[in-house]
Structures are given as C-alpha cells and as structure tokens.
Write a new protein. Structure first.
Length: 352
C-alpha cells in the first residue's frame, strides 16, 4: 500500500513564473500535494526573485538565473530540515515568486486637506498630490511584513497603505521644517526630494526601494487661496505712487469718451502723482523701526472754479507734457494710435 501511495505521488521538476500584467507583486507557486523533486530546476527571470518558505519561515532566496535544487543550493532549508549530505529525496516547501520590476506612475494625494502651522498664514489647510515609483528590494521582508501566505498580492492591495504613509510623512515634514507654504509651492522639486529622503526608511521596512517621488501640485483651499491672491496683489503694487499712475492711466480711455474729459488730464495726472508720492512717503516712514508718526499732510490748495479753468488758456508746456504721457499710453496699448492722433489734434487746436 505504501508503494502504491508513493507511485501515485506527483513530483515537480520545473519551477518558474511568467508574470502577468495585472500588477502582481508576489505569487505562490501552486504546490497542493505535490513534492519538489530533488535536483529540480528553478528558473528565476531578470525581473524576479524566488523565496523558499519552510513551515512559515523564510529559508533560501534566489535571484535571476537557472538553479538546480540540491542540498548545496538550499543550505538554509537543508539546515532547517536537518538533511544530511546524502539526502536526495523529494521534499515539500512553499515557493513564492516576487516581481522586482519598477512599479511606475503610482499616484498619491491628500483626500482631505491636512492642517499645518505656516509661518506666514498661521494654521492653514493644505492639499498636495503627485506620483512615485518603487520596487521590491528585499522579498523576505516583503513576505514577512506585507504579502504573507496569500496566493497573490497586487499593487492595488498596497497603494492605500503607501498613500497613507506619504500623507502622514508629509504632515511631519511640514511640521519639522517650518518652511512657509509659499516656499514649498515654489520649490516642488526640492520638496519632493525632502519627501523621498524621509520616506526611504519607511519603504525599506517593508522590503521596498523608493525609486522616485514627485510633487506635482501644492495648493490651499479656495478661501485661503483668495487671501493669498490679495496678498500677492498688494506686493505687486508696492509703490503707491506708481499704483496711482496706473489707476490714472486706466481712467484715460473712460475720460476720453466724455466731452472735455481730457481737458485737465495733465493736472489730473500731476495731482495723482502727488497724492501717490505723499502716501508712499507716509507708508515708508511708518514702516521704519522707531519712526515717529508722520505729520498730517497739508491739505491741497482748493481747485480753481470750473468756469475759470475752462476759460484759462492752455499753455504749450502743458500740451507737450500731456502728449508725451498719452504717447506712452499708446506704447502700452492703453490708447490706440487713432485715439492719440485725435487728442493730439484737439490739444494743438487749443494752442491756437
């Protein structure tokens, strides 16, 4: 009866794995009641590693190549099984294959905004997303920490865990660095490198090698983004005098639509420049450390009566100054050449 049982047994003499395109990271060779023939051939391809597991313990690990399974090539398994040098019988062992290919274009992101302490804005909520790539570097560690005895373990099974690790690490990085959000958003490459360095030991614990990590976007929620846009706009304005000139220049096309709207353009621009200069000077003094409060500006002289201004003759200097400013607006695209020529003729006519 024992002889018949032995004859019925099936032995495995070739062990290999052809990877599929379903993102499989680990795959258990189907053993069932089969036994591995002593001297069987194990084929491990360039993008793979194979691990023999004896009674739940990781034994021998094989890299790419063709391996003949003997006591010489299975030293750890031989030791665990207490085989002697003359052992040549079939044996049982679980065999797992692991894909060592790069897993590319794995996406990460913050499903909900994370709260950080920012140097410029205080407590803010931030979003970020990007991509990363990794591969299995230590199949023994990956078996013990991640895949275990499952028949197959795929990238989709791992993505959620890795995304959570990335978000947690990013929160710690922001908290430790103290780098303002604006600097992070403007230096996403450096931010990605810092994230990769911090994540390397986390991935190594699971037997993984983090190959690349990229930050594609860092943003604030919409309400905070509006505050940031306002702050940026004020920084761009900078000099209040120049801002007043810009406002006056934008008002010229509107004034040109009204009769006599450009008659006092020279005086209007001059008054705007004066107001802007006074405001800029006051703000500059106020921002200087220890500066005394600025004295209130003298009230502007009362404007001449409208009827008197209309009756006064236009001087040649005023006309020349006005034309120079209008011509500059043509260069900036605020006025068209036709509008400039019309106003030029109008002003020159008043000299006569």
């Amino acid at each position: 009866m024992a002889l018949m049982d032995f004859i019925k047994k099936q032995f495995i003499d070739v062990i290999h794995w052809t990877e599929s395109d379903d993102g499989t990271l680990a795959w258990r060779f189907p053993m069932q009641d089969f036994e591995i023939q002593y001297g069987a051939q194990l084929t491990v391809r360039e993008s793979q590693m194979a691990v023999f597991v004896n009674e739940g313990k990781v034994a021998d690990v094989f890299g790419p190549g063709l391996h003949k399974l003997t006591t010489q090539t299975l030293p750890i398994l031989t030791n665990l099984q207490h085989w002697d040098k003359l052992f040549e019988s079939p044996f049982k062992s679980d065999v797992y294959f692991f894909s060592t290919r790069l897993q590319l274009d794995r996406k990460w992101g913050t499903p909900n905004p994370i709260t950080i302490r920012d140097k410029d804005f205080g407590m803010v909520r931030m979003r970020a997303f990007g991509i990363y790539s990794y591969k299995i570097a230590d199949p023994g560690a990956f078996y013990r920490e991640i895949s275990g005895t499952r028949e197959a373990y795929r990238t989709d099974d791992l993505d959620g865990q890795l995304r959570n690790l990335v978000v947690a690490t990013m929160s710690d990085l922001f908290g430790e660095s103290g780098v303002p959000f604006i600097d992070m958003a403007a230096n996403q490459i450096e931010f990605g490198r810092a994230m990769q360095e911090k994540l390397l030991p986390v991935f190594e614990r699971y037997g993984l090698a983090l190959d690349a990590f990229a930050v594609q976007n860092v943003s604030l929620p919409e309400e905070l983004q509006k505050v940031l846009d306002t702050k940026i706009g004020m920084n761009i304005i900078g000099d209040m005098g120049r801002y007043t000139q810009y406002q006056a220049a934008n008002a010229i096309p509107l004034a040109a639509q009204n009769e006599g709207g450009l008659a006092g353009i020279g005086a209007g621009l001059g008054a705007g420049m004066t107001v802007g200069q006074v405001m800029a000077q006051s703000m500059s003094q106020a921002l200087q450390p220890g500066a005394a409060p600025a004295a209130p500006a003298a009230a502007p002289a009362p404007a001449p009566a409208v009827a008197s201004a209309a009756a006064a003759a236009v001087s040649a200097d005023d006309v020349v100054t006005t034309l120079e400013k209008l011509h500059a607006l043509v260069g900036k695209g605020i006025l068209t050449q036709a509008e400039f020529d019309a106003k030029k003729a109008e002003l020159l006519g008043k000299l006569g």
